[in-house]
Design a protein around this ligand. Structure first.
Ligand SMILES: Nc1nc2c(ncn2[C@@H]2O[C@H](COP(=O)(O)OP(=O)(O)O)[C@@H](O)[C@H]2O)c(=O)[nH]1
Ligand SMILES: [Mg+2]
Length: 348
């Protein structure tokens, strides 16, 4: 997980440490020189030597260690490349760089405080602030909303192959572990095999799947699932949807109709973190076209970079709810900025 990004950040930190050592060395030399000049000036005053008073004027006495703009620019140049290479979206890199600059330029460094530590800690704080900007507690939401209405209707949108159906099964298992009852709606009526795939998960989890024939209207399928849940007192409907149609417009029209007819309590966008900026762009597109309440990123376990997880909530303005960390039903982690930060910066 995040091997690429971790290695890059480690190398970045080492480079900062090395640069810092060089600056320190230079400072020590400057101080030595300063001392020598002072002595010469003293001798001059005492009449032992002449013509050296002017020399002291060119001398910069730097008693305080202040991080200057040039230093920050150098740091940012390296860091921006690392973040972009790690699939952090351009606008998020800009935001991180701007905040880092604001907090570092002119900052006084205490004796013994290392520049590399300051930079890494600020970077961690800024990323955490970005991740925490759109907080949302899924469990709390389900619990609270169920006091007002039953069943809840949660629909899952996103392109094929990213793990949408598997994620629905994981969420079903999670809700059942919390004691809720669940029914699945086979709303991907477009792709061959999609209904059977959901049914297979239903069999394994012991959950009923409401389905129509392939090619049927998914809004009708989900509507039926809601009616079924109402009649049986089931808590939550989890609805699969198509990830691809003949055209993008068909897909958006279909999702709009599903929303209009079934009035979901939550619309969750699912994508894979390994897709990087493609996933972020798709999230933006789905949010603009149909509106999403949050995202789930799958395949975090296979993602060497991590930039998608850092970027997606900033770009959509919607929270990340869960991360998929493997192919088993329990491989689902509730999103927690600290969890992510620890995994990225853990041993750096
Ligand atoms: N490593 C890993 N694989 C996953 C994860 N989630 C889903 N997958 C796999 O991704 C593939 C596609 O999943 P599927 O649910 O069929 O995707 P869909 O087409 O979006 O419905 C399957 O082989 C899943 O086992 C995850 O979090 N980690
Ligand atoms: Mg599917």
């Amino acid at each position: 997980m995040f091997k690429f990004l971790k290695e890059k950040l480690s190398a970045f930190k080492k480079k900062l440490e090395k640069r810092e050592e060089e600056i320190e060395k230079k400072k020590v030399e400057e101080r030595k020189e300063e001392k020598e000049v002072r002595e010469e000036v003293k001798e001059e005053r005492e009449g032992k030597k002449v013509g050296l008073l002017s020399k002291i004027k060119t001398f910069v006495v730097e008693r305080e260690i202040v991080i200057d703009e040039k230093q920050v620019e150098d740091i940012l140049e390296d860091l921006e490349i690392i973040l972009l290479e790690s699939d952090v979206a351009f606008e998020v890199v800009e935001e991180i760089a701007a905040k880092l600059k604001e907090r570092l330029v002119g900052r006084r460094r205490k004796i013994g405080e290392k520049l590399s530590d300051i930079v890494i800690n600020e970077l961690k704080t800024i990323i955490q602030e970005i991740l925490d900007a759109n907080r949302f507690d899924f469990d709390e939401f389900v619990q609270t909303r169920l006091r007002e209405k039953r069943p809840l209707n949660i629909i899952f949108v996103g392109v094929n192959g990213t793990g949408k159906t598997t994620t629905i099964a994981k969420i079903a298992k999670r809700l059942m572990d919390f004691g809720y009852s669940v029914v699945l709606a086979a709303g991907d009526t477009f792709r061959a095999g999609a209904i059977e795939q959901l049914e297979e998960h239903g069999r394994r989890l012991g959950v009923k799947v409401i389905k129509h024939k392939p090619g049927a209207d998914p809004a009708a399928v989900i509507y039926d699932a809601i009616k079924h849940a109402e009649s049986k007192g089931i808590d939550v409907v989890l609805a699969d949807t198509a990830g691809r149609m003949h055209t993008k417009k068909n897909l958006i029209d279909q999702l709009e109709k599903i929303k209009r007819v079934t009035k979901p309590d939550l619309t969750i966008f699912v994508d894979e973190s390994i897709a990087g900026n493609d996933a972020v762009e798709r999230a933006r597109m789905f949010n603009e076209a149909v509106g999403i309440d949050g995202s789930i990123l799958t395949k975090i376990d296979a993602d060497p970079k991590g930039g998608t997880a850092i970027s997606i909530s900033y770009v959509t303005g919607r929270p990340v709810l869960f991360l998929g960390t493997g192919q088993e039903y329990d491989d689902l982690v509730k999103f927690d900025s600290k969890w992510l930060i620890d995994r990225i910066f853990g041993d750096i």
